[in-house]
Design a protein around this ligand. Structure first.
Ligand code: G3P
Length: 219
């Protein structure tokens, strides 16, 4: 099984607007040439701009647990679907949600047939979130996010603990590993520990030559 590589463009300038489209085109090229499974998580405002230009799946970085109606400022699942999204990230360390709300968001997203990647800061939180049945849980220790040491190097134990806890609740949920992932070696280690793939951001989004980095990552 090829590892899944989920790239979160966050709100980096290099991942916004026209630059989001450029990164999406690069990701599409690498996905096609290397037969790699790549998903991009975009700001909701960029999904429409990108969706008719690339075929790789696009996810929103967040949605709110509300539908059409008097919900000013909300990110409504129906609108990201109309924009071309196939899924959503939820509960990222930079966009934490109360678990009561998270449960509602996951339920609504799944009703709307969106794939859900829910993030967890700890193995304990991953176990709690597993009860809400997202498709993926991404374990990301916040202190390693944006750094140069991969979670698989700094804290392999948290990966195995997370996988054990999640699989005990629901063996269908797949686990992704994030924070500090920069190289194919980081991916290899994560897969070796039982993960399905990785969630990363700065390694690609802030790279001078993102195509080169991506090609190395999927090698
Ligand atoms: O969403 C992925 C992210 O939080 C990890 O960031 O920059 O450590 O790859 P980074």
């Amino acid at each position: 099984m090829k590892p899944l590589i989920v790239i979160n463009l966050k709100a980096y300038e290099s991942g916004t607007g026209q630059k989001a489209l450029n990164l999406a085109k690069i990701s599409q090229q690498v996905s096609a040439s290397k037969n790699a499974k790549i998903i991009l998580c975009l700001q909701p405002t960029d999904i429409y701009r990108v969706s008719d230009k690339v075929k790789i799946p696009l996810y929103a970085q967040h949605i709110d647990p509300v539908s059409y109606g008097a919900n000013t400022g909300a990110i409504v699942p129906e609108s990201i679907i109309q924009a071309g999204a196939k899924g959503t990230l939820l509960n990222h360390a930079e966009k934490k949600i109360d678990h009561r709300i998270l449960k509602q968001s996951i339920t609504l997203a799944k009703q709307k047939k969106l794939t859900v990647i829910a993030c967890a800061d700890t193995a304990k939180e991953a176990g709690e979130i597993a009860c809400f049945s997202p498709d993926y849980i991404a374990i990301e220790p916040p202190e390693l996010i944006g750094g140069d040491i991969s979670v698989s190097t700094a804290s392999p134990k948290i990966i195995t603990e997370t996988i054990n806890k999640v699989k005990k609740v629901n063996p269908e949920i797949k686990v992704l590993v994030g924070a500090g992932v920069k190289t194919s070696e980081d991916i290899k280690k994560s897969i070796g520990l039982g993960a399905t793939g990785v969630l990363l951001a700065s390694g690609v989004t802030k790279a001078k030559y993102p195509k080169k980095v991506l090609e190395e990552l999927v090698s």
